[in-house]
Design a protein around this ligand. Structure first.
Ligand code: CUA
Length: 487
């Protein structure tokens, strides 16, 4: 009886969650109402079957509960029942499949008047290419992909000369015009997904996949990568801006063409110093957490320079060169409000490198003072915070430390390759160093690897890791944690 009641309760809670739980599709913004319809049909059929099965189960559990008298009947065959069940199942499956097949045939039939847009995915960003006035995208070749030609456009193909390149993560589209999105990937599987457009598609390295839709609502919609593609997957986002056709044409006209040397449009307008800063920001892993969009991990660099930043101790300060240097070299000294202290101190950067990164933040991120930030003159700098030693009375937990100190941004815990070696099976294993020596990863080695990472570089890795400012107890807790990962 208890189990039967529990089953019915489970059913009621499931139904309540479905109807009142607030999990619904975002408002539709494309022509694909048919996809919603098929989802609705599938949900209705599977929902009815779910209700029927649970109710029957509850009934059977109660009706045929164990009693001392009597035995169960043995009835291996029941032709009538089997026919009924087979018939019901066949009707249910057909009802789910047939509408889907109709919609699928629409999905694979691209309308003749659709214009093309190419989406280029890579870890972890989106770029876009649009055909020029000839309406045809130029030929590409992966062998030509390089810093100066991110799309790998064939420089001798006349069709490619007028291709317009968007080397940012914002794509504009005209309202009401069907668009075929061609997808390419530079590295691993990604998936182009705008929930409001319903249709989504994988970007597969080596082939061009595609999907089409017609935007029917004005507005800005978020692009999400819907395929787990590495540590930065969560941050692989962008935006589609749907505009009236005239405004779209204006935007289109602002885009540089390939012939105009737009290949480096990401860097267009950037000084050589800022370009240097860009490659540093990539190689040092800054962009894994910072970027030019909001991220839960770290303050965005968009409009950062020149704005007034608020800190967790309540103070405020103008973001200028001096502040940025301090924030890179000694990030724990003044913590920006709303963020936790996970950034390691980058003490190994030279003055020139720091200046390059700051130039990049300034030029690429724009001036925060211009973008409506009140230009309050530098308020008194925050009082220098004494470096607090880790509270000795709290039990140090290596797993938590690995997160809060940012280790797992680069070191995986499951053997996956990352920016640094995985911690799975690391402790106690033999490591081949860049200089050819072979060492055993014992406690002493692991300690050195954290405090002085550049001294013994593991073969195949770049010297990217900053020395970690860790207390002895913290080092020990992390070593203990690594040992747990290496039974
Ligand atoms: Cu790209 Cu997930």
């Amino acid at each position: 009886m208890t189990i039967a009641i529990a089953l019915i309760a489970l059913l009621l809670v499931s139904l309540w969650f479905h109807f009142a739980g607030g999990w619904s599709l975002p408002p539709l913004a494309s022509n694909w109402s048919d996809i919603d319809l098929t989802i609705g049909i599938t949900l209705a059929i599977t929902g009815l079957v779910f209700i029927a099965v649970v109710v029957f189960m509850a009934y059977a559990v109660y009706r045929f509960r164990y009693r001392r008298q009597g035995r169960s009947q043995y009835q291996p065959e029941n032709k009538r029942l089997e026919l009924w069940l087979t018939g019901f199942t066949a009707v249910g499956i057909t009802a789910m499949l047939v509408p889907g097949l109709y919609v699928y045939s629409d999905i694979v039939t691209v309308p003749d008047d659709a214009h093309q847009v190419e989406v280029l995915a890579q870890q972890w960003s989106w770029q876009f290419r649009l055909p020029g006035d000839d309406g045809v995208l130029g030929k590409t070749d992966i062998k030509r992909i390089g810093p100066d030609n991110p799309f790998g456009i064939d420089p001798v193909d006349p069709m490619g000369q007028d291709d317009r390149l968007v080397v940012s993560n914002r794509l504009h589209l005209p309202l009401g015009k069907p668009v075929q999105v061609l997808l390419r990937s530079k590295d691993v599987l990604h998936d182009f997904y705008v929930p409001q457009f319903r249709n989504k598609m994988d970007a597969v390295p080596g082939i061009v996949s595609s999907l089409w839709f017609t935007p029917v609502e004005l507005g800005e919609f978020e692009i999400l990568c819907a395929e787990l593609c590495g540590v930065g997957h969560f941050n692989m986002r962008g935006a589609v801006v749907v505009q009236p056709p005239q405004q779209y044409q204006q935007w289109l006209a602002t885009l540089p063409t390939f012939a105009e040397g737009a290949a480096t449009a990401a860097n267009a307008g950037l000084s050589p110093q800022a370009r240097e800063g860009e490659s540093l920001a990539q190689s040092q892993g800054c962009l894994a957490c910072h970027g030019f969009e909001t991220s839960p991990l770290a303050p965005s660099w968009l409009g950062l320079y020149g704005k007034t930043e608020s800190f967790s101790d309540g103070s405020e300060r103008l973001v200028d060169d001096a502040y940025l240097i301090e924030a890179i070299v000694e990030p724990a000294a003044s913590l920006v409000q709303g963020y936790t202290n996970v950034m390691p101190a980058y003490t190994a950067l030279s003055e020139l490198q720091l200046a390059a990164i700051i130039a990049y933040i300034k030029e690429r991120g724009g001036d925060g003072a211009e973008s409506g930030q009140p230009d309050t003159a530098p308020i008194s700098p925050p009082p220098p915070q004494p470096k607090e030693p880790a509270a000795p009375d709290t039990e140090l937990d290596g797993a938590t430390l690995a997160q809060t100190k940012g280790c797992i941004a680069c070191h995986s815990l499951d053997g996956r390759a990352g920016i640094g070696p995985s911690w799975l099976g690391l402790a106690g294993s033999e490591r081949t160093l860049a200089d050819g020596r072979v060492v055993v990863a014992d406690d002493a080695y692991l300690r050195r690897a954290m405090l002085e990472p550049a001294a013994e570089l593991v073969q195949g890795y770049q010297p990217l890791m900053p020395p970690m400012p860790l207390s002895d107890d913290e080092v020990q807790a992390l070593i203990d944690y690594m040992k747990q990962l290496s039974p």
